[in-house]
Design a protein around this ligand. Structure first.
Ligand code: ZN
Length: 255
């Protein structure tokens, strides 16, 4: 398995990151993509990657909830300075979040566009966060659909229609985490229609731990629960889901 979206560089893991890595490897997680959220977290990502470049994959980006007034342009300017310095494998996470922040849609949109421009210029994938904002995100992607975009809608919780609209604009995958194991989730129905050849596994650790760990700190080793759930949705073996989603991740992130 490859955990395609993780924040295990955050302070929640400072005390036991080595044990977390060990449990991940034991569970069959061969690589973890560290999704950047702002300039402040980039050092932590780079430090982890330097210690374990075979296991960790760094990305560069500014999370939509970090796009507060005036701040996003200075943060993006700081990020621009280091784009060439490290082997970043994706731009993100970016996107639109109108759940936590309804007031800075303009700033979030500008920052999202920055990521789209760089990612298409450098032929690297986008990591896109969408919360209460599928119409806005689809609108922005449509405006850019001539640009050969590719990437992942991480922590996908949309409908089949959302997925189809997004697929019309570029070469996109959908990142699936613990949410799919939650009792009230409508996601299994949508995923069954979208098909496993468009899915990636992720944790979004420390958030969104799958059942039976729901509410606890999430970590890559728990991703087996998400894999098992996908296997039951698609009526196939865990090994099959592992194979398909790992290959999807390798294709998208050039691993
Ligand atoms: Zn994230």
């Amino acid at each position: 398995m490859i955990d395609t979206h993780s924040h295990i560089y955050s302070q929640e893991f400072d005390a036991d990151i080595d044990a977390v890595i060990e449990r991940a490897l034991k569970a069959g997680v061969e690589k973890v993509i560290l999704a950047n959220v702002d300039t402040g977290s980039l050092d932590k990502i780079i430090n982890l990657w330097k210690k374990n470049p075979e296991f960790f994959i760094p990305t560069i980006g500014l999370h939509p909830t970090e796009c507060n007034e005036g701040e996003q342009s200075s943060q993006l300017y700081e990020l621009e300075k280091v784009i060439e310095e490290y082997p970043f494998r994706a731009f993100g996470e970016t996107g639109i979040d109108l759940y936590w922040d309804k007031e800075h849609l303009k700033e979030q949109t500008d920052a999202f566009q920055w990521h789209i421009d760089y990612s298409t210029q450098k032929n690297l994938p986008l990591i896109i966060h969408v919360r209460d904002a599928f119409p806005e995100v689809i609108d922005i992607l449509r405006k850019n659909s001539s640009k050969n975009m590719r990437g992942v809608i991480h922590s996908f919780t949309g409908t089949e229609k959302d997925a189809l609209d997004i697929l019309e604009t570029g070469d996109f995958y959908f990142g699936i985490n613990g949410v799919v194991t939650f009792k009230k989730s409508n996601l299994p129905d949508a995923l069954a229609k979208i098909g496993s050849d468009k899915l990636l596994l992720e944790t979004d650790a420390p958030y969104l731990a799958p059942v039976p760990f729901r509410g606890k700190r999430n970590e890559p080793a728990y991703m087996t629960e998400t894999m098992n759930k996908l296997a039951s949705i698609f009526g196939c073996s865990n090994t099959e889901i592992d194979k398909i989603t790992t290959q999807n991740a390798k294709t998208l992130f050039n691993i």
